[in-house]
Write a protein that binds this ligand. Sequence first.
Ligand code: SF4
Length: 77
Amino acid sequence: MPAMFITIEIDKSVHKDQDLCNRLVSMCPVDIFEISENSQLKTIEENLDECTLCNLCIEASSDEQIKIEKLYRSDSN
Ligand code: SF4
């Protein structure tokens, strides 16, 4: 059965809204977001597998500022 994994794309406009960045960090139930040293929102790669697809981050942002792409890979390789 193929395993699902995701990538999260953060639009440049998000970085200009520090309040939104902070909200995204605090609302994600599985700690996928963090603020980098240069105050940019980034994902924590090793936590991406934990995403529950709850859509809280998408609902908190607007105009596709956060995009979650579902990808599949075969475990048989
Ligand atoms: S969909 Fe939910 S779990 Fe996934 S990154 Fe967004 S807030 Fe976190």
